[in-house]
Design a protein around this ligand. Sequence first.
Ligand code: ATP
Ligand code: MG
Length: 508
Amino acid sequence: MASKVLSAAVIGLDAELVEVEADLLNQLPAMAIVGLPDKAVEESKERVKSAIKNSGIDFPRKKVTINLAPADVKKEGPSYDLPIAVSVLLAMNMVNLPDAWDRIIFIGELALDGLLRPVSGVIAIALAAKAKGITSIYLPKINADEASLIDGIDIYPVVSLHQLITHFNGTEKIAIHERGDVVSFFTNDEESEYDIAYVKGQESVKRCLEIAAAGGHNILMSGPPGSGKTMLAKAMATILPDMTLEESLEVTKIFSIAGEFTRGGFLVTRRPFRSPHHTASGVSLVGGGSWPKPGEISLAHRGVLFLDEFPEFPRNVLENLRQPLEDGIVSISRAQATLQFPAKFILVAAMNPCPCGYLNDTARNCVCTPTQIIKYQKKISGPLLDRIDLHIEVPKVEFDKLTSEKSGETSREVKFRVQGARNIQIKRFMGLGIFTNSEMRAQHLKEFCKVDKDTLDLLKNAVNQMKLSARSYHRILKIARTIADLSNEEYIRLEHISEAIQYRPKME
Ligand SMILES: Nc1ncnc2c1ncn2[C@@H]1O[C@H](COP(=O)(O)OP(=O)(O)OP(=O)(O)O)[C@@H](O)[C@H]1O
Ligand SMILES: [Mg+2]
């Protein structure tokens, strides 16, 4: 007799329900899986056979056909092991599902001994399942905390196939997983080895990092070797505002789909700080693959993407950043479909001004030829530079400053101001679907970035003299908004605009 149970397939950021049917035919023993499975699903056969045998049940000596429907949704990964096993056991009359079997889904990878292994994308599955009226999910115990972030659905943490069999046969029930208190995870103010106080001098760079952190703006630091660019970028992670629960769930979903939790963890409570190396592949940075997974730029969503040695990244990778930097999403086209992943990150880039690193340095002479310098700087295109709001030079620190005992503000002090400015923004944009000044669109600028006549004149001169693009003009307004928010002022004033203008790249 044919049997049927439900599972789910992750597609991009979302999930869809999948039916898993099993049929036993009186033919030579064999097993076939149909319905667009990938290689990992194909390999399910061996895992399911062993897991059933090791749960104390003889695998049927018949032809077993498994059908995954709908057939046009590609099934990938090992998470179908559990539903396939349950479906086979059901066809063998070895388990009894409740009448409301169509309100239950199963996900999980099986080890040969029948134990369950964690899978990726659980939070996306739980969300989709809830929307489709599913009331219970049976999944690997390690994934239970993550799934229970979505309330209104019963999560059954399963350790082994054998445990699931005894549960359905009524001998020993599995208890529903209790939802933890997620809010308690959000208090994280521990000390960091990258505290901004350890960076001596560089006050104006620190100011820029503060503005970037407060309003979500992109920043490019340029300076000679050893001036502290990498150190400053790492300190940036310690002054970012806390994540809201809403942001945390968004980021958690991306991490879950990228499989970042399969080795532990279930909730992202700190803003991500991703620093991929310039030799990383385009797919790992931007996302993709035959079955698209989020890349580093999506894993940096609501956090920081730090690209050290910026010009060393392959040009096509840098050009791929243009769309996400503008829209906050990355589109990945594949034969089957175009998928989109969110990628709203703060770009923090660091570079030397020229190949030898000492262009404009006061102490050392640059040994690069003009052609070398131009070639190096041209690696980063104009449109990309135009999307970076804060351009700042990081000069060599003077010896006296480096060795002075006086330490600057700590990350905690800076973060306090950043958090204040971010809270103002969250309140300002309530209900508009955005959280930061950097996300403002034209209609928001009109409403929230009003300036008086003098300030407007200054802006007009700057735009004409510096030959700024319309985008640059808007970006200056957004930066000025953040500067005003940092000093808790309702209106953008002349000094805010003039500071914002300073951070635009100087014309050659
Ligand atoms: N402003 C500073 N205050 C304290 N230490 C500093 C400062 N600048 C540099 N250093 C010291 O120098 C080391 C090198 O700095 P860092 O790696 O950040 O330089 P960089 O600008 O990234 O150089 P490169 O261009 O070679 O990548 C740091 O680990 C730190 O020990
Ligand atoms: Mg460096």
